[in-house]
Design a protein around this ligand. Structure first.
Ligand SMILES: Cc1ncc(C[n+]2csc(CCOP(=O)(O)OP(=O)(O)O)c2C)c(N)n1
Length: 328
């Protein structure tokens, strides 16, 4: 069996490919099971699923150490799983249980796990970028070599705070990687209705930092591109902007039937699903066989079953806990 997969621009060791496959599969199956729980009325509020976008979270986070940091978005389940929130604590959080990673008071859009460098999913579009950049002067001056990844959707690209913080990161050479997940729609608004430039990495020229637009459904490309960006940040050379073109299969949130897009468009992207793409690459490259992948998948199913049982059995958060962590 091949030990590594060579692709344009570098090689990825066999274990990493399998790890990334497992990561994407965990994200996909977690969200599919979560969706069923939502339909049965078990999930309070709504959820924003990232089905179709798993290669971005998994490919980026594969390059990060435990001490590296991320800021996420409202569509953050994938980022959090890839960076290391255990599935049981994450599901408990989404269900509003005391055992959740934010003690059940945050829910899907306020999941924190600082021990793994996860500084929050976030419901305010574009607000992760200032948090990410705000962390980095301290990191830089303490010379501790940590890197911060700021994930945001293309809908955040016109937010003033995002512009300001990318510019600041540029002039101070801060150790940030800006990862723009361009899934084409901000709720129902397509990117070409919000920006004349639709390859958003072109905008980064105006900040004077390296920037690239890549196929966000090709995890190998995501992983190798991010590797360079993370190394550059760690070497104190400054930020990089990576635009990952991808697609969400579901509507914006669970109340959105996504009637603003065509079946043809959805089918175009379903054919480019990152999970079977890597699976085929693993099988065709003789990196692992069906049995090995089946074993990985079965273990994930068991882990998700256990997470569901843990979350269901956990106690509800007390209503008085909810106001305990508010300033006013
Ligand atoms: C500052 C702000 N403006 C508007 C909203 C309402 N809103 C929630 S999600 C969203 C679209 C975000 O699109 P994008 O950033 O591309 O992320 P995606 O949902 O595609 O993952 C909007 C406009 C918000 N939450 N925060």
């Amino acid at each position: 069996m091949n030990e590594e997969k060579t692709v344009k621009g570098g090689a990825i060791p066999k274990e990493k490919l399998l790890k990334m496959y497992r990561c994407m599969y965990r994200i996909r199956r977690f969200e599919e099971r979560l969706y069923l729980m939502f339909l049965s009325g078990e999930v309070p509020g709504t959820i924003h699923q990232c089905n179709g976008q798993e290669a971005v979270a998994a490919g980026v986070c594969e390059n990060l150490d435990e001490n590296d940091l991320i800021t996420s978005t409202h569509r953050g389940h994938g980022h959090c799983i890839a960076k290391g929130i255990p599935l049981d604590e994450m599901l408990a959080e989404i269900l509003g249980k005391k055992t959740g990673c934010s003690r059940g008071v945050g829910g899907t859009m306020h999941m924190y796990y600082p021990e793994k460098g996860i500084l929050g999913t976030n419901g305010v579009v574009g607000s992760g970028s200032p948090v990410a950049v705000g962390l980095t002067p301290g990191i830089k001056y303490q010379k501790d070599k940590r890197v911060v990844v700021s994930f945001f959707g293309e809908g955040a690209i016109n937010q003033g705070a995002v512009h300001e913080t990318i510019n600041l990161a540029s002039i101070w050479d801060l150790p940030v990687v800006f990862v723009c997940e361009n899934n084409k729609y901000a709720v129902s608004t397509p990117i070409d209705a919000a920006s004349r430039i639709t390859n958003l990495s072109e905008r980064a020229k105006s900040y004077g930092i390296p920037a690239v637009t890549i196929d966000g459904n090709n995890i190998i490309e995501v992983c190798l591109t991010t590797k360079k960006a993370v190394e550059r940040a760690r070497d104190n050379l400054g930020p990089t902007f990576i635009e990952c073109k991808t697609y969400r299969y579901k509507g914006h949130s669970r109340s959105d039937p996504a009637i603003y897009r065509s079946k043809e468009e959805l089918n175009f992207w379903l054919k480019r699903d990152p999970i079977p793409r890597l699976r085929n690459c693993i099988i065709e490259g003789k990196i692992a066989d069906e049995d090995k992948l089946g074993e990985i998948e079965s273990k994930v199913e068991i882990e998700i079953d256990q997470a569901i049982e843990f979350a269901r059995k956990s106690p509800e958060v007390n209503p008085e806990e909810i106001s305990r962590y508010l300033f006013t």
